[in-house]
Design a protein around this ligand. Structure first.
Ligand code: SDX
Length: 431
């Protein structure tokens, strides 16, 4: 923990409390209120945690005003251009960029764990064919606890390491199996002679009836999508993983909880919701109608892929994603994709509209990712599972950081109670 160099003074009801303050490497100072209830007999109140730091972390930093995202200090645009997903996984997990030997060892360990226990295939058969792949993933990842008992003891650093490698390695396989099951095609086993992103594309799109060649441009775009979604401070799903982990739950159960939270349309489900919104808009001449709805306080409609709790500027990931969208659609000869045209025109009109400027609503990571994934042949139902595959390293790295902190305690928020005061039971005949 950083040392406190100053205090905040809080005065209320005739009391004055001195609360320690800490200064981070970057970002706002924090006021430590952990002793507030004991010393002042009051709670703070911050639904949605808009002003609350939940933990100390050294993994990722976001500057919402600048539109900056750093992983262990390295800017996301440099990582997206010069690195690749498994190297970013190493960086997030261990804190430093690997040497060539370290990277080769890490990639070999991940590659050699990409298969799942053969008996896990049976889990899929219990789902309806039209089950959403996210439902399948929540179930199957949680069920990993039932198979990998030798990596569920979170007090054992070696078991934590094994669980981390297994999750990074097996999530793409499980996501691909969820897709194959939903389209009634046989599962495709991973291969050890191709890279992580190529493996995922092949497990999704190869069929036994013919050879499948991975297009290097699509593989590079897939790897970039994985890299761009890898980690993002204490977002809703990462906070879910941390809270689950604080009770001592095993890592597979914690990651399954993160997948469940990511599914929501306000979070990782936004990429699917965004593409469905663009399809509903359908043509550029209907954009004004939808922008008007997004601005109408009486209309619950929101522009999916716009806005962010932290970014009050462009999401730096959206910039890189937009570049990838152009490359992929150009390669696939669908640069005139009507959905992409709607997306680009919607972005231009929204950014020119004072409402979005005033509320600092800019395109986020989900705005362009769906367009790329759809062009690559994924159904919208696979967009959030792909986000979950990518975010697994973020969840695992944050889980590992928390679980190895000797000061970790179970997370247990309090509340502002506005319900009934104590009252006696009334028999039914007297109600
Ligand atoms: C992700 O936290 C993370 O880091 C998440 C993520 C990650 O990598 O983990 O970045 C991934 O989840 C990206 C966000 C994906 N979600 C969407 O694209 C869904 C659409 N966006 C909104 O639902 C919303 O912007 C949120 C959920 C992203 C942020 O919600 P906040 O911070 O609670 O902001 P808010 O809802 O209070 O909105 C502030 C104002 C409101 O107007 P007022 O009440 O002040 O008048 O902006 C308006 C909102 O009505 N607003 C929008 C809008 N988003 C916010 N108006 C129209 N369209 C939108 N998209």
């Amino acid at each position: 923990m950083v040392e406190s160099t100053k205090n905040a003074t809080l005065s209320f009801d005739g009391k004055t409390l001195e609360l320690p303050m800490y200064s981070p490497t970057s970002g706002p100072d924090v006021i430590d209120i952990s002793k507030l209830y004991a010393q002042g007999d009051v709670f703070t109140h911050d639904p949605g945690f808009t002003s609350t730091s939940s933990c100390e972390s050294s993994i990722t930093f976001i500057d919402g005003e600048k539109g900056e995202l750093l992983h262990r200090g390295y800017p996301i645009d440099q990582l997206a251009e010069k690195s690749h997903y498994l190297e970013v996984c190493y960086l997030l997990l261990y804190g430093e960029l690997p040497t060539a030997a370290q990277l080769e060892d890490f990639e070999t360990r991940v590659t050699r764990h990409t298969m799942v226990h053969e008996q896990m295939h049976n889990f899929f058969r219990g789902f309806r064919r039209d089950a959403h792949p996210m439902a399948t993933m929540v179930g199957v990842v949680g069920a990993m606890s039932a198979f990998y008992h030798d990596s569920t003891d979170i007090t054992d650093p070696w078991q934590r390491e094994v669980a981390a490698i297994r999750l990074i390695a097996k999530l793409p396989t499980i996501a691909a199996m969820a897709y194959k099951y939903s389209v009634g095609q046989p599962f495709v086993y991973p291969r050890n002679d191709i890279d992580y992103a190529s493996n995922f594309l092949r497990m999704c799109f190869a069929v036994p009836a013919e050879e499948y060649e991975v297009n290097p441009i699509l593989s590079r775009a897939m790897d970039r999508i994985f890299t761009l979604h890898a980690d993002h401070e204490q977002n809703a799903s990462t906070s879910t993983v941390r809270l689950a982990s604080s009770s001592g739950a095993n890592p597979f159960a914690c990651i399954a909880a993160g997948i469940a939270c990511l599914w929501g349309p306000a979070h990782g489900g936004a990429n699917q919701a965004c593409l469905e919104m663009l399809q509903e808009i359908g043509s550029v001449d209907r954009i004004p109608e939808f922008i008007a709805r997004a601005k109408d306080k009486n209309d619950p409609f929101r522009l999916m892929g716009f806005g962010h709790r932290v970014y009050k500027n462009f999401d730096p990931r959206a910039k890189v994603m937009k570049q990838s969208a152009d490359e992929v659609l150009d390669l696939l000869g669908v640069e005139n994709n009507p959905i992409l045209q709607v997306a680009k025109e919607l972005e231009a009109q929204a950014l020119a509209d004072p409402y979005f400027a005033e509320k600092k609503l800019f395109p986020n990571v989900d705005f362009y990712s769906g367009i790329i994934l759809e062009a690559m042949g994924f159904p919208t139902s696979m967009f959030t599972p792909i986000f979950a595959v990518s975010r697994t390293i973020g969840w695992v790295s944050q889980w590992k950081e928390q679980i190895s902190d000797p000061k970790m305690r179970i997370g247990r928020p309090r509340q502002l109670y506005t319900g009934s005061g104590a009252r006696d039971y009334v028999d039914v005949e007297n109600r």
